[in-house]
Write a protein that binds this ligand. Structure first.
Ligand SMILES: *Cc1c(COP(=O)(O)O)cnc(C)c1O
Length: 413
């Protein structure tokens, strides 16, 4: 078994540093022998891993192609131009910046491009699925900006459009953020554009989660509506861990300067090369089929979980995300997650709108990459409910998980 599928590094590592090689092998084994239901995770391809493990990791490249602060950038310039061109073409954007080290860095840069400290920003509140960068007091966003949270409707779990409009009119924010870590439905970008225009605000779409679905044509694109779109490249999009920013030509220079030199230093050229690989993969018909299967799987999973008695937020999903309250099975989300972890089913807790207890957040991006489909989703839901209820003991559950994932190796030999 190889450590990463970046063959040029594997054997060397095993020989030179068996202690660390053992850790990498252990993690690969964990990922392949347990069930990966964390909504933000995926299995990127061996080609993406190869780019990450390449000699581009050695190169310093502050600045942008053709305008670097370091010598010897002529080759990595080609890599970055390729990544930018592929991102622009994949998402139909006028401008792409592919240097953000992460989704959070992309959001930081978007704020830096458009806002000044103390500006008012409207965003989905954290208890309803807003990200830390959407105004958490523990994050720079909550410290440097005046965030006004909007929420979801208590009955439907859907974003409360009336409240968004009212808050926008009352607070006249400089920017409105739409995007979430847990919202399972499509976001109505046209609605947010209309409200932003009415109050003279910038619209920032933080599409970290659904951007892979957008690439595959399985979710609506924020690009025609938002002034700036932030995203990660490692969630459904299935690329390396990192961020990107898309915008119109008129904001290109502000966004680029907000990334470097304002919020970051040298670009990570190995990651940018891996982003180029992932954008290339995401432009294929095979990826479009994948994105649609991700949603189909999530719908089946949501329905099957509801049949088992869990309360599925918004009654279902349009995306890869399912959030659910396990309370009717007799436990809260935290206890449920512990039981599931012991059974080898890896997922997250999440805030539940209008409830004090935590819920469960699952996603189908990783299991769909493995090749699982409807039948497996039903099997997962039944097993999950049995484990949460305490009916299936963890040893037996672990065996069943191993049996299930054994048929779908993420990195077949
Ligand atoms: C995942 C996510 C982020 C942050 O991405 P990191 O790469 O973890 O920094 C930001 N916003 C939203 C909505 C996300 O889902």
């Amino acid at each position: 078994m190889s450590v990463t599928h970046a063959p040029q590094t594997t054997d060397v590592l095993t020989r030179q540093d068996p202690e660390l090689a053992e850790i990498l092998l252990g993690e690969l084994h964990r990922q392949s022998s347990t069930l990966q239901l964390i909504a933000a995770e995926n299995f990127c391809s061996p080609a993406v891993l190869a780019a990450l493990g390449s000699a581009l990791a050695n190169k310093y490249a502050e600045g942008y192609p053709g305008a670097r602060h370091h010598g010897g950038c002529e080759i990595v310039d080609v890599a970055e131009r390729l990544a930018v061109d592929r991102a622009k073409s994949l998402f139909g954007a006028e401008h792409a910046n592919v240097q953000s080290h992460s989704g959070s860095s992309a959001v930081l840069a978007a704020y830096a491009a458009l806002l000044r400290p103390g500006d008012t920003v409207l965003a989905l509140g954290l208890p309803y699925g807003g990200h830390l960068t959407h105004g958490s007091p523990a994050n720079f966003s909550g410290r440097w900006f005046d965030f006004v949270p909007y929420g979801v409707d208590a009955e439907t779990g859907l974003i409360d459009h009336d409240q968004v409009r009212t808050l926008a009119r009352t607070h006249r924010p400089k920017a409105i953020v739409c995007g979430s870590i847990a919202y399972p439905r499509h976001i109505d970008y046209a609605f947010f554009r209309e409200v932003a225009d009415e109050v003279g605000a910038y619209l920032i779409a933080d599409a970290a989660h659904p951007m892979g679905l957008v690439a595959g044509g399985a979710a609506p694109s924020p690009v025609p509506y938002a002034d700036v779109v932030c995203a990660t490249t490692h969630k459904v999009l299935r690329g390396p861990r990192g961020g990107m920013i898309l915008c119109g030509g008129e904001l290109a220079e502000r966004v680029d300067r907000a990334v470097f030199p304002f919020t970051q230093g040298g670009a990570q050229m190995h990651t940018i090369a891996a982003k180029a690989v992932a954008f290339g993969e995401a432009a294929t018909p095979a990826f479009a089929a994948y994105a649609h299967q991700v949603v189909a799987n999530a719908r089946i999973l949501a329905a099957a979980l509801a049949d088992e008695g869990l309360v599925v937020t918004t009654g279902g999903t349009d995306t890869h995300l399912v959030t659910a309250d396990p309370a009717p099975l007799g436990v809260d989300g935290r206890t449920a997650r512990g039981r599931l972890a012991a059974a080898g089913m890896v997922l997250d807790c999440c805030a539940l709108p209008h409830a004090d207890t935590r819920g469960l957040r699952l996603g189908t991006a990783a299991v769909t990459t493995q090749g699982m489909a409807e039948k497996e989703m039903e099997r997962i839901a039944a097993l999950l409910a049995g484990v949460v209820r305490g009916e299936v003991e963890s040893v037996r559950a672990r065996e069943e998980v191993r049996d299930l994932v054994g048929g779908f190796p993420p990195y077949p030999a």
